[in-house]
Design a protein around this ligand. Sequence first.
Ligand code: SF4
Ligand code: SF4
Length: 345
Amino acid sequence: MKYHVLEKEQLDCFIKSLAKKMKVAAPVSKGNGNYAFQEVKTAEEIATEYIPTILPPKKYFMPVKEKMLDFDLNGKEPKETAELDACEMAIFGVHTCDLAGIQCLNIVFNERPRDYNYLIRKENLFIIGLECNKYCDSFASCALVNSHLPNGGYDLFFTDIGNKYLINVNTQKGEDFVESIGLPKASSQEMSALEKVREEKKKVFNHEVDVEPKKIPEMFEKVYNSKLWEKVGEKCVSCGNCTNVCPTCYCFDMDDFINLDLKTGSRIRSWDSCQFETFATVAGGENFREERSMRQRHRVYRKFKFPVDKFNRFFCTGCGRCSRTCMAGINLKEILKEVAEESKF
Ligand code: SF4
Ligand code: SF4
């Protein structure tokens, strides 16, 4: 493992050097305790202490709406043309929960048939993580799913060790950049400071859900027909906010928009949500998740049970965004506590 250090007062030089090479996005305060990733030019604009942004960085990997191709049915053979907007860009300040979210999306979009739009964009992104030294708020549960610690998925990773950042270099791209700006290597004293930060984290990262993480999929096997889902479904208004803000939700819809000539048009992909009534409607009008209770159950099983069966990992990173944003006050941690309680019997 390679580690370098950056004096905090040098962060502005770091960001400016990066901005000379590519666009830089970072968390910025939007007022009222809200934060969003957006383009920055200086360190002054960045909120280095922030709770999860309104939307996770997935918006840079899979835009809310994107044109997949233009088509032309004139002539003997139909023609398709596709142009991908994927410029080189750095995302600075990505928390470990969002790094875990990106890792989940990487798995999904690498499955065959591969999603080249996602993969090409990802290749163009330079990801710089930033460690949280304390829990962001009561909605977070990252320690439950072990995403409070860095587990890869970044080029560089920053940890605040007082008046400096300790930087873990994880890729060649990361190393090239760090060397290009001449950052010094970390001393043994600075490495001890990292150990201290991690020791302190053990004391403060309490996710408040009293379950053994490895027992979670088993718990969900027992509660599929629980009344809990009806209770949650009665509150839910099917707005889809919880899935939009989730760093691991990736469902999309595809629409063809045809021009007035009825021969040319564009295929557009946009985010969709399993919480919408139409989501599970199939040909003939059959809807296999008609009730909101079924859709809520599906959402939660898609985080804690189905991906464990398929990919051997949780697709919840504990960021807390779904609970933080829900206008109906549906709280994922409360659901987990109820699942834990009910599954005991
Ligand atoms: S944000 Fe809340 S109300 Fe909206 S779909 Fe999700 S759980 Fe339902
Ligand atoms: S389910 Fe909720 S807490 Fe878990 S990753 Fe998605 S938004 Fe974050």
